[in-house]
Design a protein around this ligand. Structure first.
Ligand code: CTP
Length: 396
């Protein structure tokens, strides 16, 4: 594989030297492109020596009159590590004012970025919004490590170990058989909101992150993906079709309609099990509407997974998630049977912080048995779930 490494102006720029060596040791060809700011931390000569001269910084002082296009055409993978907040922002808005950012815009190969910066810069709404934009466009974003940062603060912002960056890139970039090629996949995701009155609702803390990871993993495996999502702040992979809904009933109707056309349905949504029997059109007021506020009568919502599980046709695969606080495997096995699912991905929500987190510990439960996965990022969990589903569709 031809790997282009982009180095930006961050204290961790020196670790990109190790990253070059990691890819070379694994037998890949490496070229480097640096920003002007990166050369304040590590000289261009260092990367030139490591790559037998294949390191560049300028758009204009090269023998090639259009070096950014030549680099973009050459690369099989473009890895920006470390990637500063500034380069994340430029990449998200398409600014191409130097060789590195121009090459980023011209690249059609998979792009990988490893943000590294001060914890507050990383957690700022602007940087997080830029990273969401990049993820939604299919850019692979590696979460930084947590720890003691160069600025003296502690938190997420450290560049991960170069070896693990190289492994992460290779796992995604090297051509693998598309396990769900030609398959159509339906994903329900996020929470639902059940209105009480014009301003209040019943909902839950689902962020939609697990659903988004499943959507991207299914797309990467070659599937055509439709996601039916409740209200979320995140964006789904731009390659998917997104149907936005508010209530469980709306999600149910959309899922029933889409189900006839799909090979696989994956219910990740945290659907509200109950809803107010009737929602008041206006706002319920204290004093005037005390009685209505004190006694909101609730009715059950349709169980989408159960409906899909009991209406699936020969060859269709239906998968659910189970959030449990006790007897995780036993309850998940019960759900597998009662909801007619082919697999349940069971989550122990008492043992681990799941809602809004970037990683997860799950057990895959099928009729054949159970497989506990260790602590993994939500992206890695999604890849494992999709791999397990792919083997089921191959057998069905
Ligand atoms: N689910 C669904 N429709 C519902 C409730 C749940 O499709 N009305 C799906 C979820 O998307 C998930 C699975 O069912 O895939 C299990 O959800 P969970 O909340 O763990 O279980 P419940 O069925 O709500 O049961 P309980 O609350 O008793 O654990």
């Amino acid at each position: 594989m031809k790997v282009l490494i982009g180095v930006t102006g961050c204290i961790a720029a020196y670790r990109a030297c190790e990253l070059v060596r990691e890819f070379q040791r694994a037998g890949h060809e490496v070229s480097v492109v640096m920003t002007e700011a990166a050369t304040r931390f590590v000289g261009l000569e260092t990367f030139a020596a490591l790559t037998q001269g294949h390191a560049k910084v300028s758009l204009f002082e090269d023998e090639d009159p259009i070096p950014h296009i030549a680099l973009a055409q050459w690369a099989d993978a473009f890895v920006v590590a470390p990637c500063t907040a500034n380069v994340c922002a430029k990449a998200a808005s398409g600014i191409a004012d130097d060789l590195l950012t121009s090459t980023l815009l011209a690249c059609t190969c998979p792009i990988f970025i490893a943000p590294a910066m001060n914890v507050h810069m990383y957690e700022s709404a602007a940087t997080q919004a830029n990273l969401d934009v990049l993820r939604a466009r299919g850019v692979h974003v590696l979460s930084p490590d947590e720890g003691y940062l160069a600025c003296g603060e502690v938190g997420p912002g450290k560049l991960p170990d170069p070896k693990s960056i190289a492994q992460w890139v290779c796992a995604h970039a090297e051509k693998r058989p598309q396990a769900l090629s030609g398959k159509r996949v339906l994903v329900t995701s996020g929470p639902t909101q059940e209105p009480i009155d014009a301003v209040r609702f019943i909902s839950n803390r689902s962020s939609g992150k697990m659903g988004a990871a499943i959507v991207s993993a299914a797309l990467d495996a070659g599937a055509c993906v439709t996601v039916i999502s409740g209200p979320v702040a995140i964006s789904y992979d731009a390659r998917s079709e997104v149907i936005s809904v508010m209530t469980a009933e709306e999600m149910f109707q959309a899922a029933r309609k889409a189900f006839a056309e799909v090979d696989v349905a994956i219910c990740v949504a945290a659907v509200a099990d109950i809803r107010p029997e009737s929602a008041s059109a206006g706002k319920l007021k204290k004093g005037r509407d005390d009685e209505a506020l004190a006694c909101i009568s609730l009715v059950p919502n349709p169980d989408i997974l159960s409906w899909l599980g009991h209406h699936k046709q020969e060859g269709q695969v239906v998968v659910g998630f189970a959030a449990e606080t006790e007897d995780v495997v036993a309850f998940a096995k019960e759900k597998l049977a009662s909801k007619g699912a082919d697999m349940i991905v069971a989550n122990d929500v008492a043992a681990h912080e799941v809602f809004g987190a970037d990683d997860d510990v799950v057990t895959l439960i099928t009729e054949e048995g159970e497989e506990e996965l260790g602590r993994l990022s939500k992206d890695a969990v999604a890849n494992e779930v999709i791999a397990a589903i792919a083997s089921m569709t191959a057998n069905s």
